[in-house]
Write a protein that binds this ligand. Structure first.
Ligand SMILES: N[C@@H](CCC(=O)N[C@@H](CS)C(=O)NCC(=O)O)C(=O)O
Length: 207
């Protein structure tokens, strides 16, 4: 079967899943949703209600990292799985403390008890080690991109987009080069192509 991907264009978790599926050259039946209006079919497959969700012949995969691993286990032409257990800690830091600080910077109104300037400083402190790594090689773990780069890029992008002038003024030139390389890539353009809403496709309504 062609895997079904439930996705939301701007979600960084969905972006990383789409990057890995693209890297693995896997064609999916893309079903674009709105987070405020999730299709019953998606919730039937994965009641927790987050994107991405991938329905495969092996079952439902509803964690973005699991989607990446599944995709790359099918086909890994660029060696994205060639990273060490130590390198995998970069994802844990991204998905934990960095994501927390990112949300408190970007969505300050949702976190009235958090100081957005402090949150931005916390996020920035977690990005400087990435810049240090990238001063030694073009990708986060070596000369070539791996799944780690694809897993972190959408979140660094989201942080940069909060205030691009501020981001570009920070002393992390290697990080900025890495971000721009991913932003300018054909792969990113491919995974950001706009899809009509699944609801529209299903009911024939305008999106
Ligand atoms: N741990 C999940 C997190 C996914 C997630 O939180 N996605 C957000 C969108 S970026 C979502 O679907 N949130 C549900 C909602 O806003 O209703 C993963 O890695 O796939």
């Amino acid at each position: 079967m062609t895997p079904i991907l439930w996705s939301f264009r701007r979600c960084p978790f969905a972006m990383r899943a789409r990057l890995a599926l693209h890297g693995a050259q896997i064609t999916v039946d893309h079903r674009e949703i709105l987070l405020r209006d999730k299709p019953a079919e998606m919730l039937a497959a994965s009641p927790k209600g987050t994107v991405p969700v991938l329905q495969t012949r092996d079952g439902v995969i509803d964690e973005s990292l699991d989607v990446m691993h599944w995709a790359l286990a099918q086909n890994d032409p660029e060696g994205w799985l060639e990273f060490s257990a130590d390198d995998a800690a970069l994802i844990a830091t991204n998905d934990g403390p960095f994501k927390q600080a990112l949300d408190r910077t970007k969505y300050a109104n949702r976190y009235p008890d958090a100081d957005p300037d402090q949150a931005r400083a916390t996020a920035a402190a977690l990005l400087h080690p990435l810049n240090d790594r990238l001063s030694h090689h073009p990708a986060l773990t070596g000369p070539q991109d791996t799944m780690i780069d694809a897993a972190l890029f959408p979140f660094v992008r989201q942080f940069a987009m909060i205030d691009r002038a501020w981001f570009d003024a920070q002393p992390w030139p290697h990080l900025a080069t890495w971000l721009n390389r991913h932003l300018d890539s054909a792969r990113f353009a491919a995974i950001m192509v706009k899809h009509p809403l699944y609801r529209a496709a299903e009911h024939g309504k305008p999106a």
